[in-house]
Design a binder for this molecule. Structure first.
Ligand code: FAD
Length: 283
């Protein structure tokens, strides 16, 4: 979708394989230094939006020195051809299995032809990146028979290829940008994936930022207005995602109580608790 939008908009130029190295703000806007295949270039512009993800160099450059903290969890992802699974595991819904120190999510993608499976485990493995090879026997061993129900193990067993990421977390930032520079998405508010909201928040950011920029020619004022509108909501979502991780992985008596609470609340009660999240509308 983004690529198509760029292709039809002559005012957008996409520079692939180009690393933003640094920026300097001055009276007439700013200059951004980039590196493309060892070749440095300078670009001039009015504003700079750092959407450079969890390990954002721009966030650091803006003076936020705190590094993301390893969350002691890893996320394992696989795509399973739907025809390998019984119909109960192919339903068009998001399914969540909870257990001690692990959980597993699955839902259909690609028109229902594939099932996306994500398993989250407590783990010490912490290499950055998002596509390291994952060993199926390792993930299967973390969902042992007897403790986990058969469909969970069937799903894991049906996947051929696993990739894994180490998960990192950051406390909410009080202030995002400065002058003609701001942050967006994971660069501004990296969050654990336990509420499935990281990309959703980045998309909301983009909608609000567009609106703020359209309302005034004062770019710095527009960026501060955008940050004001987004900071509280994204910080709340970061904290709620972190809390979900704790609840999802409870064991023993706490896990049993969680099960009873979920059964009592039912789907509608659970969803109502998230009205602040899902009922949000941009101005
Ligand atoms: C296991 C898992 C499951 C998830 N599930 C969901 C979900 O169901 N729903 C949801 O909404 N979110 C989910 N997320 C979160 C989501 O993936 C992220 O929040 C989202 O990708 C953030 O988008 P972004 O554009 O801010 O950053 P990124 O996707 O990290 O993109 C940043 C980009 O910046 C580039 N970059 C970095 N540094 C530089 C530089 N110096 N110069 C130029 N470019 C640079 C990177 O190469 C990258 O392409 C999940 C995350 C994980 C790990």
């Amino acid at each position: 979708m983004l690529s198509d939008a760029i292709a039809t908009n002559p005012s957008v130029t996409l520079h692939l394989a180009t690393r933003v190295e640094d920026f300097a703000a001055h009276r007439n806007g700013l200059t951004v230094a980039t590196l493309h295949r060892m070749s440095p270039t300078e670009h001039h512009g009015s504003i700079l939006i750092g959407a450079d993800g969890l390990w954002s160099a721009l966030r650091q450059r803006l003076g936020h020195r705190e590094e993301p903290q390893f969350a002691q969890h890893s996320a394992w992802r696989a795509l399973v051809p739907a025809e390998r699974l019984p119909s109960s595991l192919r339903a068009a819904s998001v399914n969540l299995w909870l257990g001690p120190h692990a959980h597993l999510v699955h839902y259909p993608v690609k028109g229902g032809s594939l099932i996306n499976v994500v398993a989250i485990l407590r783990d010490d493995w912490r290499e950055p990146g998002w596509s390291a090879y994952g060993d199926k026997t390792e993930v299967l061993a973390r969902f042992p028979a007897g403790r986990w129900q058969a469909p969970v193990r069937d799903l894991i067993g049906a996947a051929d290829r696993w990739q894994k990421w180490a998960l990192y977390d950051c406390a909410p930032l009080q202030r995002w940008g400065r002058g003609p520079v701001t942050l967006l998405g994971d660069a501004a508010h990296p969050m654990l994936p336990y509420l499935a909201q990281g990309a959703a928040m980045a998309i909301e950011d983009a909608a609000v930022l567009t609106h703020c920029l359209a309302r005034t020619d004062d770019h710095a004022a527009a960026l501060r207005a955008y940050e004001d509108k987004r900071q509280k909501r994204t910080a709340r979502t970061q904290k709620a995602a972190r809390r979900n991780g704790t609840v999802y992985h409870m064991s023993g008596a706490a896990g049993m109580l969680r099960g009873i609470a979920l059964r009592t609340m039912r789907g509608t009660g659970l969803l109502r608790r998230y009205d602040w999240l899902y009922q949000w509308k941009p101005e």
